[in-house]
Design a protein around this ligand. Structure first.
Ligand SMILES: [Zn+2]
Length: 663
């Protein structure tokens, strides 16, 4: 089945007081716009988070002002133009229904049904164990059958833990102690996945090929119950520009079609009059394509049916650009040299328990920083959890806090046995006692927490390239370790005169470096490079370039011949490689989000990069021909003595797609 690659997603959350719902919807004109945009797939609400329906439901609450079977008519109009359409239903929020059925609401553990701020849409949430669960399931089936849509997008699946009577009784039956936070959240997670499973089964009974996606449940739990995945990430709407680089490289390992969901708003969802700059939205879409993902652009339809032509026209220009490069993107496979290990599934509803969430975030932040560093270094990588195989990666990165629980231990053992390499830092590799390293291949013995705060890094000659010849601050406290025999010490720890402490007389805050302790800061064995401090967490906090340069210097030892080399490419550029039968593609992106005043991350124009050299490892392939897509303009190429094909691009404005045709 070909899964749509270009989609549009419309919110339609409409207050019950709105008098004009559906009034001026010109469906012919609207779907002509979709066609001009080149959308293959649209999502539009059957029922919004206000709880009112936009089709002639027999079981839900029709919006009082609606005088037509809106979604059904829209689905017809889309199908006439060969555009697929799914119905959106907000599962976790349904305010009008919750208002009329207080017994359908989540009763929080503090005894409240409404949380404090009613201007936050999540103040009132629905409980799937109440009669609402049956109602939701029935409405999902009704919407699919009545409106004739191709599938469902179920939003806000994640709801807060509930101690309403149905939940209490269900927990008692399962022996769950609800006053134990871990047990309560674990039960709540099962309850949410169970609701999604019910909907999935019921809908597939009436429409076996339905597109199904459940937003708010971790992606790995959707293997059976869903059809495809969407990565909701509006960089300027609260997600930031760090999220997609991890999400893209993780979701593409899960074996399902993925849509990269961005939005047209200057701020976030519901910003009716907010519009992003075109280069900013274009960057998100190209970023997805460069990572082998489809695209969906989020919008909010006016309740009356007014069309924002500037938005539609901008979407059309961006999608026209994607359509032109589609031949080189269709079914393209990302190429990678290495992987960052993420031992916990991307959170969804899974890691919400407050204490567990702290543990999760510590690991997640280090993973984000590792991904950011690797992007800046133009490395080709995936982010891998237990849901995918690690065997294809000659190098694994274990950033700062990768625990050696059973599955990680087993996989790392297999990786080492197969001769694989590892870059680990800080606590990554400590065994479950947290008093020793799990594997002798780490080449270090654990002594304890570092006594130095701060410590300073003294690089040895083997890893001094690009580093200032001075003691470099390690801002976050690391471990004190001893090099085991056979392990080479590449950098040492310099101690400060005194630690950052309050000694009763002075707060010690001016902390110059003093003496070289001779203790290892960085070690290397045949298979493992180990850094004693949490350099990825430090990079997450304040991005000191010497931390990235340290990682770069170690990568040169562990992976001396990376797939791509881009000498002097600016750090903000992003470069990815993909493959189709008979050719490989390199996507080069030059856009730079700029912090503008208090909250805005702005991309207002693409950046220009001059005389950029790109070197692709040739391997057993034989490059015949290199050209730019879609123009077909040929690029002269040369071969280096160490097996790379080299081209130089005189001028890149924002984006370039370089195609290496092979025999
Ligand atoms: Zn409940």
């Amino acid at each position: 089945m070909h899964f749509p690659q270009r989609a549009l997603f419309f919110d339609f959350h409409t207050m019950p007081a709105n008098p004009d719902v559906g009034k001026n919807f010109d469906l012919e004109e609207i779907t002509s716009q979709f066609q001009k945009i080149g959308a293959e797939y649209v999502v539009f609400p059957a029922r919004c988070n206000l709880g009112t329906a936009y089709y002639y439901t027999d079981i839900g609450i029709r919006h009082a002002a609606m005088q037509r079977d809106l979604l059904t008519e829209l689905a017809d109009a889309c199908h006439r133009k060969n555009i697929r359409i799914s119905a959106y239903i907000n599962a976790g929020l349904s305010h009008e229904e919750g208002l009329r059925h207080r017994e359908w609401l989540v009763l929080r553990t503090d005894g409240k049904t409404y949380t404090e701020d009613p201007l936050n849409s999540f103040f009132r949430q629905m409980c799937y164990n109440s009669a609402y669960g049956d109602h939701l399931e029935a409405m999902a089936v009704e919407a699919v059958q009545h409106c004739g849509v191709d599938g469902l997008f179920l939003d806000c699946m994640q709801t807060a833990p509930c101690i309403g009577i149905e939940c209490l009784e269900a927990m008692e039956k399962e022996g769950v102690d609800w006053q134990d936070s871990q047990q309560l959240y674990a039960y709540n997670y099962r309850k949410i996945v169970n609701m999604a499973t019910r909907i999935s089964k019921a809908v597939r009974k009436v429409k076996p090929d339905a597109f199904l996606y459940f937003n708010g449940i971790d992606y790995e739990a959707q293997q059976e119950i869903g059809t495809y995945l969407e990565f909701e990430c509006l960089p300027t709407g609260g997600w930031g520009y760090e999220t997609l680089q991890v999400g893209a490289r993780y979701l593409r390992t899960l074996g399902k079609p993925v849509l990269n969901m961005t939005g047209r708003f200057h701020r976030s969802w519901g910003d009716f009059g907010g519009i992003r700059t075109e280069p900013s939205l274009e960057y998100d879409c190209l970023y997805g394509v460069a990572n082998a993902l489809g695209t969906t652009i989020g919008d909010h339809f006016h309740p009356r049916g007014d069309i924002n032509y500037p938005v539609m026209e901008m979407d059309a220009r961006i999608y026209a650009r994607l359509r032109k490069i589609e031949p080189w993107c269709k079914d393209a496979v990302p190429l990678t040299d290495l992987a960052v290990v993420m031992s916990k599934p991307y959170w969804g509803a899974h890691w919400r328990e407050p204490e567990a969430h702290k543990v999760y975030l510590r690991e997640w932040n280090a993973i984000c920083a590792a991904s950011r560093m690797l992007c800046e270094l133009k490395q080709q990588f995936n982010v891998v959890s237990h849901a995918s195989d690690w065997k294809q990666y000659p190098l694994l990165i274990l950033p700062d806090y990768t625990p050696m629980e059973v599955e990680n231990r087993k996989r790392i053992q297999q990786h080492l046995d197969a001769g694989g390499k590892i870059l680990a830092s800080a606590e990554s590799g400590l065994d479950s006692s947290q008093n020793a390293f799990e594997f002798k291949e780490w080449g270090v013995d654990y002594i304890g927490e570092s006594p130095y705060d701060p410590a300073f890094l003294k690089n040895g000659p083997e890893i001094s390239e690009g580093q200032p010849d001075m003691p470099i601050t390690l801002y976050d406290r690391g471990l004190q370790v001893k090099a085991a025999s056979g392990s080479k010490v590449l950098a040492e720890i310099i101690a400060p005169y005194y630690n950052q402490t309050w000694d009763g007389r002075q707060g010690n805050v001016y902390l110059p470096p003093d003496r070289n302790t001779g203790e290892p800061a960085v070690t290397l064995t045949d298979q493992v490079a180990y850094i004693a401090n949490p350099v990825f967490t430090t990079y997450y906090q304040c991005a000191p370039v010497p931390m990235r340069q340290l990682v770069a210097n170690l990568l040169k030892k562990l992976l001396p011949r990376p797939l791509l080399r881009t000498p002097n490419a600016p750090s903000f550029t992003r470069v990815t490689a993909t493959s189709q039968p008979g050719r490989r593609m390199v996507h080069f992106l030059a856009y730079l989000p700029e912090q503008r005043l208090k909250t805005c991350q702005m991309i207002e124009e693409p950046m220009i990069v001059l005389d950029q050299q790109i070197q692709l490892r040739e391997d057993e392939r034989k490059v015949k021909n290199v050209y730019l897509a879609p123009s077909g303009e040929k690029l002269p190429f040369e071969r280096t003595s160490d097996g790379y094909v080299t081209v130089t691009l005189p001028c890149i404005k924002g984006y370039a797609l370089i195609v290496f045709d092979e025999q």
